[in-house]
Design a protein around this ligand. Structure first.
Ligand SMILES: *Cc1c(COP(=O)(O)O)cnc(C)c1O
Length: 471
């Protein structure tokens, strides 16, 4: 693409993004497309001859936009509300241009060194001690996979060399987590060849936190039966309710038994930068590894997950494998030694942009505000007899349901309310099941969210109950 053409379309796309952010509320939050709509609108094969790029941009407007679910819409309250800040988007543009593959230091000094600097800035911001070293991966799922691989390596069972299949000398390895743990743990266990049967799901208490006594018992029983505990995963901010496992008590058990402790703070980790929330993170400094996702709640475009580990050499021992053509003489960090990927994206640039543009104070203020808004919404729920809270609100997720008197099937009612709201495009809520009860989840985490967006959802919810009353 000639320079002038690149400039023209580059400016057009930056204008497009600026307008998109400006007008984001004019879009339905969830795409109103039916499955297959976009596929049917596209040619079966790629064009033989190159096309005018202006037409491509037109198709973005006409075909792609209707198929977009707008995660950046301030009324996206489903799953976890995440958002791309403008400085983060600019970071993505530049790293695409550099197109660096951070494998060796020499192929990517900027990526290698900026990543170390930025994850250390983040470490300080969240209050973790200096012995934690961080690496950036794409997602928490992959960060956790690396953590469990490290835990396996630490057992010294020769699995790196000999594998696990065909061996009779291996005990059943056990991984412990609560029933509210994210499914990424299960996937890592499956992928690492432990088998799903090696996961022990510990029940949780009435606040959806891991039952530490039951954890202690499960480990003791397993050891008595000759099984080998590999790892405990504790979660600060579970996906369903953002409940907080008692990491200090879990760490006591792990230390006593010499078990690897991984802390999943994928969602909540960002909130550790807010001084008054530090108390939720007590004991996490005792973990062997911690994952947190700036792409979730630190306004960094997807994807960017950080894994902090205490024993960086163990991570290297787990993954390092140097082919002849990759051998170099510099004594430097070569990031290919610390994970599955050879080439890695220059992800730290966008987080660096975000941190520098907003500053620690700006980031703290935004997360604090999201938590204030979530508590405000929770207060509205609490004060209204037609609604009830279903879980505590430590961070910025509200779990609640409608419970108007005279309605027998509350699960059906709440499911219907959620589906109607989502279909309207006005807002997006998701759900979870808590003790058999269909629970609505409202997550507040968008950089563009204001009180009026929550008022809008509240008004819609109230009108749904009004409609029930009229029946
Ligand atoms: C979102 C989430 C994950 C998975 O995050 P990805 O980056 O999408 O893999 C894992 N654990 C918890 C607690 C989460 O909230």
């Amino acid at each position: 693409m000639p320079r002038d053409e690149f400039r023209q379309f580059g400016h057009e796309i930056v204008d497009f993004i600026a307008d998109y952010f400006e007008n984001i509320e004019s879009f339905p939050v969830l795409s109103q497309n039916k499955p297959g709509d976009l596929t049917a609108a596209l040619p079966k094969s790629a064009p033989l001859a190159g096309e005018d790029f202006g037409n491509v941009i037109k198709d973005v407007n006409n075909l792609i936009l209707p198929a977009v679910t707008h995660w950046n819409h301030p009324n996206f309250h489903g799953l976890f509300s995440t958002s791309a800040s403008s400085p983060g988007v600019l970071g993505e543009m530049l790293s695409a241009a550099f197109d660096m593959k951070a494998m060796l230091w020499r192929t990517s000094p900027a990526s290698t060194e900026l990543e170390s600097v930025v994850v250390d800035w983040l470490r300080q911001m969240v209050g973790l001690p200096v012995e934690f070293r961080g690496l950036i991966y794409d997602t928490a799922s992959i960060s956790t996979l690396h953590a469990l691989a490290m835990a396996r390596e630490r057992l010294n069972l020769g699995i790196r060399d000999k594998g696990m299949s065909g061996r009779t000398d291996l005990p059943l390895l056990r991984i412990y987590c609560s029933e509210h743990t994210h499914s990424s743990i299960d996937k890592a266990v499956i992928l690492l060849g432990f088998g799903a049967r090696s996961i022990v799901k510990i029940p949780s208490n009435d606040r959806f936190e891991i039952d530490v006594e039951k954890l202690r018992e499960a480990i003791a029983d397993d050891k008595a039966a000759g099984h080998l505990p590999l790892c405990v995963v504790a979660t600060i901010g579970t996906t369903a309710t953002t409940s907080i496992d008692n990491v200090n008590r879990v760490a006591d058990i792990c230390e006593r038994n010499g078990i690897f402790l991984h802390v999943d703070a994928a969602y909540s980790g960002s909130a550790a930068i807010v001084p008054e929330f530090q108390s939720y993170f007590k004991g996490w400094e005792r973990a062997d590894s911690i994952v947190m996702n700036p792409h979730k709640w630190l306004f960094t475009p997807f994807d960017l997950s950080v894994l902090y580990v205490k024993d960086l050499d163990l991570l290297k021992q787990t993954f390092s494998l140097v082919a002849e053509y990759l051998k170099v003489t510099e004594t430097v960090m070569n990031q290919m030694d610390y994970g599955i990927q050879l080439g890695r994206r220059f992800r730290s640039l966008k987080l660096w942009f975000v941190m520098r543009y907003f500053g620690q104070e700006g980031l703290i203020a935004r997360i604090r505000e999201h938590c204030r808004l979530a508590r405000l919404f929770a207060n509205w729920i609490d004060a209204d007899p037609d609604f009830e809270m279903m879980a505590p609100v430590p961070f910025a997720l509200v779990c609640f349901r409608a419970c108007p008197s005279g309605v027998e099937d509350l699960n059906a009612l709440n499911e219907r309310i959620m589906n109607e709201i989502n279909a309207s495009g006005e807002a997006y809520l998701s759900h979870t099941m808590l003790n058999g009860k269909f629970t609505l989840r409202l997550s507040v985490g968008n950089i563009r969210v204001e009180e009026r967006h929550l008022q809008k959802v509240w008004k819609i919810l109230k009108s749904k109950i009004g409609a029930v009353g009229e029946h």
